[in-house]
Design a protein around this ligand. Structure first.
Ligand SMILES: Cc1ncc(COP(=O)(O)O)c(C=O)c1O
Length: 363
């Protein structure tokens, strides 16, 4: 039986390029279709995108779809640049921040010395390292599950931090980020700010001062557009040029016409964005307090999710029990965090359903 399985494995993979054998693909959160599902597992926004974005996408559905889109997302880059008093040449856009990050790893993070990032962080980072053959060293979070920038004072090729961190939700203040950047003037420092709009401090204001800083953000979380796939990076010209070179060696048109139209409209609707970020922050504080009453330790979160562990019940068991009740949360089978659940902040009604289910499970 074992021999037969091995035979089929060899037969199935005999056409693969050598690198494919060494890959450990990232496992994305589930997207199942279950009736009445409360989906709190992939940090999507429960309120969805701005109605202006939906209208702009609708208007873009016309005969111009026969033409290729503008290849650099210029209108969107102009809008993002204008908000930060930057030049459009200092903004790069891509098909979700995952694609922007992938180009960043290939273009800027492969050096003789290892890339540093926290041991508990976005689990796509080691996947990119394996894909591009990048040496890396994972730096342990401290005992309170926080990034300690002193631990990054060591020889390295580059650094990437998620701030606020994922899946912990904890944030470093901008002063700490600036110290890190200034202590590594000869290395690129990437700050992945997927969750920054829910209470973190963005490092974008530092871009003009530091040629080694690249900040990456996404439209998937605070702008409710996970399904449109739009992300961007902000940095000085030489860093953005490197990303453009990789992009134009891979896919010249990463953002289609609908994505560009929708993202520009979403970016310009500041009121919708601010109002719904505030709602999510308020629900997060409410959920944090309620989970505390149920015996959970909840890490201080500046994101649209909380990371929590129960004093007695295991993370795997709780996730499985919630699933039986059509409530999805994220559980990682990884040392140090296997007792935690990462719970996306839904509407208050969704949070209440989660809390009711937990009360039932814990009773
Ligand atoms: C820390 C972090 N960075 C980047 C991403 C990628 O987001 P997207 O590709 O949807 O822009 C995610 C997605 O969950 C994330 O958690």
């Amino acid at each position: 039986m074992v021999l037969e399985r091995q035979y089929w494995k060899v037969m199935m993979s005999r056409f693969w390029s050598p690198v494919v054998h060494s890959l450990t693909p990232y496992v994305a959160g589930e997207q199942p279709v279950i009736e009445g599902l409360v989906k709190l597992n992939t940090n999507e926004n429960p309120y969805g995108p701005s109605p202006h974005a939906l209208a702009a996408i609708g208007q873009a559905v016309n005969d111009t779809l026969r033409l290729y889109p503008e290849p650099t997302g210029l209108k969107l880059r102009r809008a993002i640049a204008a908000s930060h008093d930057l030049d459009p040449g200092e903004v790069f856009v891509g098909n979700g921040s995952d694609e922007v990050l992938a180009h960043t790893f290939q273009a800027l993070l492969k050096h003789e010395l290892p890339l540093l990032y926290p041991d508990i962080s976005y689990s796509f980072y080691p996947t990119y390292c394996r894909l591009y053959g990048i040496e890396f060293r994972e730096i342990p979070l401290d005992e309170r599950m926080r990034v300690r920038i002193e631990d990054y004072r060591q020889p390295c090729g580059a650094i990437i931090l998620t701030n606020p961190n994922a899946p912990t939700g904890t944030a470093l203040p901008l002063t700490a980020i600036e110290t890190l950047i200034s202590e590594h003037p000869d290395q690129v420092v990437v700050i992945d700010e997927a969750y920054v709009d829910f209470g973190g401090e963005s490092a974008i204001p530092l871009v003009r001062k530091y040629p080694n800083l690249l900040v990456v953000q996404t439209f998937s979380k605070s702008r409710g557009l996970s399904g449109l796939r739009v992300g961007f990076a902000v940095g000085q010209r030489p860093l953005v040029d490197a990303l453009e070179r990789v992009k134009d060696s891979f896919n010249s048109y990463p953002l289609d016409r609908l994505s560009q139209a929708g993202a520009v409209a979403a970016w310009e609707d500041r009121d919708w964005f601010e109002k719904h970020c505030e709602l999510i922050i308020a629900s997060r504080e409410r959920l944090t307090a309620a989970l505390g009453e149920l015996g959970f330790e909840v890490l201080p979160s500046s994101a649209n999710f909380v990371f929590a562990r129960h004093s007695i019940r295991s993370g795997a068991e709780l996730a499985a029990e919630l699933r039986k009740r059509a409530i999805l949360v994220r559980h990682f089978r990884k040392e140090r965090i296997q007792d935690f659940l990462r719970i996306t902040i839904g509407t208050d009604a969704e949070c209440d359903r989660l809390l009711d289910a937990l009360r039932e499970i814990l009773a």
